[in-house]
Ligand binder design. Structure first.
Ligand code: OGA
Ligand code: MN
Length: 207
């Protein structure tokens, strides 16, 4: 009789993610979203960007301060009022993830702030932590990449430090890859990109 797995009812990818978050606290799933779903989400992102609805991303709580030397991306917040069908589908997937994490890991995730991010050529984001000094509600970061046929020479890798004083690893921002990590623990940066680089990025927050 096999041992009972607490996450037996979760899809395989979610089960692996839950194990990783309970252990090292970070996870990379190269196939969270299939090619059709990525293409639909990418099209929504590009349509909104072409319509001029994005704004320069800020730094710090409320993202009020824009500093292109620290981060050069533009963002559009994604919520049920603004999302198209593909945006709604990803919000639903992430809601399933929130419930699974709360059930298995008791993180008390309450809500999700989520945005599309568009890095134009030349843009990056300097090394940082996702939790603000004056606001500790961000608990779990999720980043989903929307870049088809991405190659290493396009740049834009997520440089991620599993240990603050250890060697970083570089994660390619390839279509369908989902990166998750505990927001207060892991230093990371976005290396300068040479092509327009698209993602959906968000933070599950505690109350
Ligand atoms: C962020 C961030 C990383 C990425 O938006 O806080 O670190 O790979 N993004 O887009
Ligand atoms: Mn970050």
């Amino acid at each position: 009789m096999p041992a009972i797995d607490a996450s037996a009812d979760a899809p395989a990818t979610v089960a692996g993610l839950l194990d990783a978050l309970a252990g090292p606290g970070w996870h990379v799933d190269p196939a969270f979203l299939d090619a059709d779903a990525v293409a639909a989400l990418r099209a929504e992102c590009l349509r909104a960007h072409a319509a001029g609805t994005f704004h320069a991303a800020g730094v710090g709580r409320g993202q009020a301060r824009v500093n292109a030397g620290i981060r050069g991306d533009q963002v559009l917040w994604l919520d049920p009022d603004s999302a198209g069908p593909a945006g709604m589908a990803i919000l639903d997937r992430l809601e399933d993830l929130r419930r699974a994490v709360n059930r298995d890991l008791c993180l008390g995730l309450f809500d999700l702030e989520l945005h599309f991010a568009h890095y134009p050529p030349g843009a990056g984001y300097q090394r940082h932590l996702d939790r603000f000094r004056d606001d500790d509600r961000r608990a779990l970061t999720v980043i989903l990449y929307l870049n088809e046929a991405w190659r290493p020479e396009h740049g834009g890798q997520l440089r991620f430090w599993p240990e603050a004083d250890g060697e970083p690893l570089d994660i390619e921002p390839r279509a369908g890859t989902l990166v998750t990590f505990l927001s207060d623990r892991f230093w990371h940066e976005v290396l300068p990109t040479r092509q327009a680089r698209l993602s959906v990025t968000g933070w599950f927050r505690r109350r």
